[in-house]
Design a protein around this ligand. Structure first.
Ligand SMILES: [Fe+2]
Length: 293
């Protein structure tokens, strides 16, 4: 069989058929998927019965795995999954849904806000790969927004104004938006802000995109309220329905997205139900701008 990609929305996202990701792929197959990612920015694969090991092996085709330290308040002993897999479930180590007021669950609620994975790291992530091991039948969709189409739709004056702007990103900013502000000194130092360009250029296609994220909490050189109001304007622009694809999960879906070209969020669901989603992340290879000394 050969790989076929059918575009899902008028601007981006593709559904891929004709490939089994649980076996090792040929160089041509990997190149076809990578080219599909460059073009569509989100790819959906149905019916991929991945284990943690086959998911890792598939992910390594696109670069090194990002490891989790610095990305969560859960301690090493609380983790359900190893450090090279990000736990996008609502479960504790005993596979039970976290209590409503569990601090880890409240931290995870930040995923309901539009964001780009690891934009709070000096070197932000390339791809995220999310495997639906146990899905819920109502809600819990993952929504994606195309930051290239959103950039293209800006007027020229705005494009010129934002071209060289630099934002500061931190998990403290995104969690603060939801009123989750109680952090220890160690967590605050782990979540210290990093700098990211607001406009990125894709290394292969040369397309420009908005590098927005709920983690962005300031613009270097701007008063904070003015920066936050403007970032909110840009996010509202960038997440209009014409730029969005909403993925309704089936068990054994694998969805890959390019964090350099998209934002995403999860929608609300009944958290007394088990939802087991496991993410691997391909590390980025460069900073978007020099960090503050
Ligand atoms: Fe995410």
């Amino acid at each position: 069989m050969t790989i076929d990609i059918r575009q899902i929305t008028p601007v981006f996202a593709g559904e891929v058929s004709g490939i089994d990701l649980t076996r090792s792929l040929t160089r041509e197959e990997v190149a076809a998927i990578e080219a599909g990612m460059d073009q569509y920015a989100v790819l959906v694969f149905r019916d991929q019965h991945l284990t943690d090991d086959t998911q890792r092996a598939f992910t390594r085709n696109f670069g090194d795995l990002e490891s989790s330290p610095g990305g969560h308040i859960a301690t090493a002993t609380e983790r359900r999954l190893p450090l090279d897999m990000q736990d996008a479930s609502n479960l504790d180590k005993d596979q039970k849904p976290l209590a409503r007021d569990d601090r880890r669950r409240m931290f995870n609620l930040g995923n309901r806000l539009w964001h780009s994975d690891s934009s709070y790291r000096a070197i932000p992530a390339k791809f995220s790969l999310l495997s639906g091991r146990i899905v819920v039948d109502r809600g819990g969709h993952t929504e994606f927004a195309d930051m290239r189409a959103a950039y293209d739709a800006l007027d020229n004056a705005t494009k010129t104004e934002i071209e060289d702007l630099v934002c500061e990103h931190s998990l403290m900013f995104s969690r603060g938006l939801l009123g989750f502000t109680e952090l220890s000194d160690a967590e605050r130092s782990m979540f210290r802000p990093v700098r990211q360009r607001l406009v990125r250029t894709h290394p292969v296609t040369g397309r420009k995109s908005l590098f927005l994220s709920a983690h962005a909490g300031s613009i270097v050189g701007w008063p904070i309220p003015e920066a936050r109001a403007f970032l909110r304007d840009l996010s509202e622009h960038a997440t209009q329905p014409q730029f969005v694809y909403s993925h309704k999960w089936q068990q054994w879906d694998l969805v890959i997205w390019d964090n350099r070209q998209t934002m995403h969020r999860v929608t609300r669901f009944d958290e007394t139900q088990v939802r087991d989603m496991r993410r691997t992340t391909v590390r980025g290879d460069t900073v978007t701008v020099a960090q503050a000394a």
